[in-house]
Design a protein around this ligand. Structure first.
Ligand code: FRU
Length: 569
């Protein structure tokens, strides 16, 4: 302890004698076993923070020259080895004043190790650039991913003036879940995405959890969950087509004493000429109405006796869908649930019924559970607001909370699914959602090729049962089987490549096919396989991590055509 005090004095003396502006990043002021301060040098755009993923988070309070906290973030600062760096942007802080980082470490190593020796001090660097060049062989080529860092749920998706906007749950300071912020990407074709600046950053009401956007005249209005000590709902408005948002001064706009109270999804309901909003609360959904998007009246609750309840209900959506064949429309309530999915962990269930602006009535018996996708990596699915041609386009986060933080990528973690269009079909007494790859995927079809590639679409015509094996030269393989008698499709990824990072990863997933299938479409993109029945009665999304791309295809009982998928990346 004496040594520590003596050392602190020396560091402080150096700091005082050189003048604070000259203290460089390598010279922290050590204040205790788990506490240090660092005076930030001015002039560069970024301070690059070294991350070691297996370490505990360090909490960094960023103080401006008036000793006011302007930002707070959690970073797994490196102790003995650097996995990668993340950029703390300095240019947006007031560069006229000196900036101070007040850093509190957590975890066992902090008590035993002398924090002055932690690798983070030596490895912090100032820079005008941050390199986002792809360094990961698992980064998909035609799926949306963040440039770097962690991503989970798609948020606030909307379409306006030819541009698709996709926000997402984002950690700009590491590739594991933390510091929830709304990242933002835009696309003209739903396939090529341009990264945009951060859209909504944490504030003193909390980090920014999932939510949704609507258009109100010229404004884009985001309603999202502020995750502080409690979860409350907040609003932010954009006057520049969703590029930047200003938070509403009356936040929070909706509060509750229930701990799981989140993921608001508002929409304009033509039928009642008012706004509705659906919100996940524990294991049920609450439905609200409003005239101005600010004041919300609770109208009803849905779900306690319905569907699957083996987890928390999250990320709801509520919309009308057309049944082209029956020439009618029904309301569908989407409910993501975690855990409780058909193969463990996260999955998307839905209910079909009617909605009168106040109450959703499910047309199935309470115990009926319907899943939108029968893979293991399809979660937090929600739809784009205002999609053209009355389409209902959805995107899912392609991962599962059971292992999302451990998948073998580093520079980024998680991709979104390809866009899918929803419709309805009936089988027996029940009406189900049909899920097909959006038509934009056809536009992305490239040349026919002889063997599978790392980014391809495989179309397989079948007459009855079929076996499909995708494999590579190292014997890693994914086995799929369509059983026409049982009316099931299954995918086995137990020998697909790296499956050892989580016990929950190796698995066989099986889907009902609701009648026979004549054509399958498989979309392969480096670390994912999405399988569809061309008519939309079956969808299955699974991650795979082969040590080299699958380059061989064997099909028994069917005829395959392989196409490259065009991507500019
Ligand atoms: C779903 C979820 C949401 C929440 C968000 C936090 O994956 O748990 O309910 O808003 O992630 O990142």
């Amino acid at each position: 302890m004496k040594k520590l005090i003596a050392m602190t004095v020396v560091v402080l003396m150096v700091a005082l004698s050189t003048g604070s502006a000259q203290v460089n990043a390598q010279s922290p002021m050590i204040l205790g076993e788990n506490h240090a301060m660092l005076r930030v040098k001015q002039g560069k755009k970024y301070l690059l923070l070294p991350v070691q993923e297996k370490e505990e988070n360090a909490n960094i309070a960023v103080l401006n020259g008036h000793n006011e906290m302007v930002k707070r973030l959690n970073v797994r600062l490196a102790v003995d080895k650097v996995d990668y760096w993340v950029p703390l942007e300095l240019s947006t802080l007031n560069s006229q004043l000196s900036t101070l980082l007040d850093i509190t470490f957590h975890g066992d190593r902090r008590q035993t190790g002398a924090i002055k020796d932690f690798a983070c001090w030596k490895e912090m660097t100032y820079s005008d650039t941050f390199d986002t060049t792809n360094r990961e062989h698992f980064r998909p080529l035609y799926h949306h991913t963040p440039l770097y860092g962690w991503m989970n749920d798609p948020n606030g998706m909307f379409y306006k003036d030819g541009t698709w906007h996709l926000y997402y749950q984002y950690n700009p300071y590491g590739s594991q879940w933390e510091n929830m912020t709304w990242g933002h990407s835009t696309s003209r074709d739903l396939i090529h995405w341009d990264a945009q600046p951060l859209a909504i950053e944490p504030d003193w009401l909390g980090t920014i959890f999932s939510g949704s956007c609507v258009m109100n005249g010229d404004e884009v209005v985001a309603i999202y969950t502020s995750a502080g000590h409690h979860q409350t709902q907040s609003m932010a408005v954009s006057k520049d087509n969703g590029r930047t948002f200003t938070k509403f001064s009356g936040n929070p706009i909706l509060t509750s004493d229930v701990p799981d109270f989140r993921d608001p999804n508002p929409f304009w309901n033509e039928d009642i000429q008012a706004w509705n909003m659906i919100l996940a609360v524990g294991q049920e959904m609450r439905i609200y109405s409003s005239k101005d998007l600010k004041e919300w009246k609770e109208e009803s609750r849905f779900g306690l006796e319905y569907g699957n309840h083996d987890g928390v209900w999250e990320c709801p959506d509520l919309f009308k869908v057309k049944n082209e064949r029956m020439k009618n429309e029904k309301w569908v309530l989407v409910c993501n649930i975690n855990p409780g999915g058909p193969f463990g962990g996260s999955a998307t269930q839905y209910f079909v019924g009617d909605f009168d602006g106040k109450k959703f009535t499910c047309e199935s018996m309470p115990k009926v559970t319907k899943w939108m996708d029968y893979g293991k990596d399809h979660y937090a699915t929600v739809s784009f607001y205002n999609a053209p041609e009355n389409r209902r386009v959805v995107i899912a986060w392609m991962s599962n909370w059971q292992y999302a933080n451990q998948v073998p990528t580093r520079q980024f973690r998680s991709a979104n699914s390809i866009p899918r269009d929803l419709g309805l079909f009936t089988y027996g007494e029940e009406t189900y959602l049909s899920v097909v790859p959006s038509k934009e995927m056809l536009a992305a079809r490239g040349e026919k090729v002889k063997q599978p590639t790392e980014a391809c679409e495989i179309v397989i015509d079948v007459k009855g049962s079929a076996d499909i094996i995708l494999s590579n030269d190292r014997g890693e393989q994914v086995t799929m089987r369509y059983d026409a008698q049982q009316q099931t499709f299954s995918m086995d990824r137990t020998h697909s490549g790296d499956v050892g990072f989580s016990e929950a990863f190796p698995c066989v997933t099986t889907a009902p096919t609701y009648g026979s299938i004549r054509q399958f479409r498989l979309f392969i993109d480096r670390c994912s396989i999405e399988a569809f029945d061309a008519e939309g009665k079956m969808a299955m999304t699974n991650l795979v991590f082969p040590s080299m791309p699958y380059n061989q295809l064997q099909v028994k009982g069917g005829k395959a055509t392989i196409y490259e998928v065009k991507s500019e990346k």
